[in-house]
Design a protein around this ligand. Structure first.
Ligand code: PLP
Length: 405
């Protein structure tokens, strides 16, 4: 019999649900992909349209990115077997940091093994018990985990509400330490976009620092595809900018970009940077090539393609009476959330969609609030107009098939 601490953890709602659905062969979780991810994917023995990945620019299967990964592995091996601080910094890490700094016109950048470790390491290195961190109610789990590790006081404001942030900042300023506000550019589950210009203004008025997580917005927004802060014209006002290489950039990794003093602080105190093996040569080399493409005129075309496809799919769903819930103020988003509410109907609808020949994401608590389970439909530059029309029909039919639930 496993120890009671193991039994207790396995009996929690989500672990139990995942295990039960697997037993019933109805699980949307951890399904096995048998091929690279593009417009479609082999899911077990079925080829399905892929509308549930973060492969926004379609670079995860780009031959130039794959060749770069190959060159990386042949030149530097399968792993670095050390942390960045000791033997784990190879030329590829230096190259990508130089490229990211050049992309942003910033003095320096620091590469992490993932976006998750970039957030956790950075927030916990910068903030301490005396300080307060104010985060949007829908902020990513890696932000919350970073705050928890730092020991700082954590205050929430209502999702995307500038009024709520104003109230919470007044409370935050009563504490003895410094205040950091953290928001996502593009929220990963709900597809909403942060009212960043107003948030930056409010931070300035209140003497608070601002950190922006560009994990999902990187590569698709802004004149130079540097993310939502660039699109909003506030890039120079952001104190700490974090990006992920694991989504639009088609690799795995994360980074922080900004002033040299920030990197000095992180190199010496971000625990996820110091105490974990550095990113593999293949993933860093792939990401570097993906950034090169994203920075080029071709990147501009890819970003425009995702935008057009996303607007087309939103319209096709609308024509079929499927409501897309994102809070984007007329802006486009590659993430089209179809809010269902109950977990049971969300899972049933997901299974119908799979039977219809498409894969979409599922978001349930704790990724979204308890009563807001949703289907997360994600568009990629790799999709064709036919793919968009087909998935719109599949989603409509699946919702009809589960209307009684
Ligand atoms: C908003 C946000 N930040 C950070 C991360 C973590 O990035 P990575 O997947 O590179 O670890 C994610 C990934 O899901 C995310 O959605």
């Amino acid at each position: 019999m496993p120890h009671k601490i193991i039994q207790r953890a396995a009996a929690r709602h989500l672990p139990k649900l995942i295990a039960e659905l697997k037993r019933k062969e109805q699980s949307p979780f951890m399904r096995t992909m048998q091929s690279e991810t593009g417009a479609s994917v082999m899911l077990e023995d079925q080829r399905v349209l892929m509308f549930g990945s973060n492969n926004y620019l379609g670079l995860a299967a780009d031959s130039r990115v794959l060749h770069a990964a190959n060159r990386g592995i042949h030149e530097f091996g399968s792993a670095t077997t050390g942390s960045r601080l000791l033997n784990g910094s190879v030329r590829l890490h230096v190259d990508i940091e130089e490229r990211i700094a050049q992309w942003y016109g910033a003095p320096a950048a620091l590469a992490f093994t993932s976006g998750y470790t970039a957030n956790v390491g950075t927030i916990s290195a910068l903030m301490s018990r005396r300080d307060t961190v104010v985060v949007d109610a829908y902020a990513h789990a890696s932000i919350i985990d970073g705050v928890r590790l730092s020991g700082a006081r954590l205050l929430w404001f209502d999702h995307n509400s500038v009024d709520s942030l104003r109230t919470v900042l007044a409370e935050a300023k009563e504490g003895s330490g410094d205040v950091l506000v953290i928001v996502d550019g593009l929220y990963s589950m709900e597809g909403s976009l942060s009212p960043l210009a107003d948030i930056v203004d409010l931070c300035k008025q209140n003497g608070a620092a601002i950190m922006v997580d560009e994990a999902h917005s990187l590569g698709i927004y802004g004149e130079n595809r540097r993310g939502w802060a660039e699109e909003c014209g506030v890039l120079d006002d952001v104190d700490v900018l974090m990006g992920s290489l694991s989504k639009g950039l088609g690799s795995t990794g994360g980074f922080i970009v900004g002033p040299e003093e920030l990197m000095v602080a992180l190199r010496g105190s971000a625990r996820s940077f110091i105490f974990s093996t550095s990113a593999t040569p293949s993933s860093v080399a792939a990401a570097n090539e993906a950034i090169r493409i994203t920075m080029s005129d071709e990147g501009k075309v890819l970003a425009a393609n995702v935008q057009e496809s996303s607007r087309t799919l939103a319209a096709l769903l609308g024509e079929r009476g499927v409501k897309v819930e994102s809070n984007t103020n007329g802006q486009w988003s590659p993430i089209l959330p179809v809010l269902i509410g109950s977990e049971a109907r969300t899972i049933a609808t997901w299974n119908e969609i799979l039977r219809g020949g498409a894969y979409v994401g599922v978001a349930m608590h704790p990724a979204v609030p308890r009563d807001r389970a949703l289907l997360r439909v994600c568009v990629s530059a790799a999709h064709s107009p036919d793919d968009l029309a087909k998935v719109a029909d599949v989603i409509r039919n699946a919702l009809d098939a589960t209307a009684d639930l």
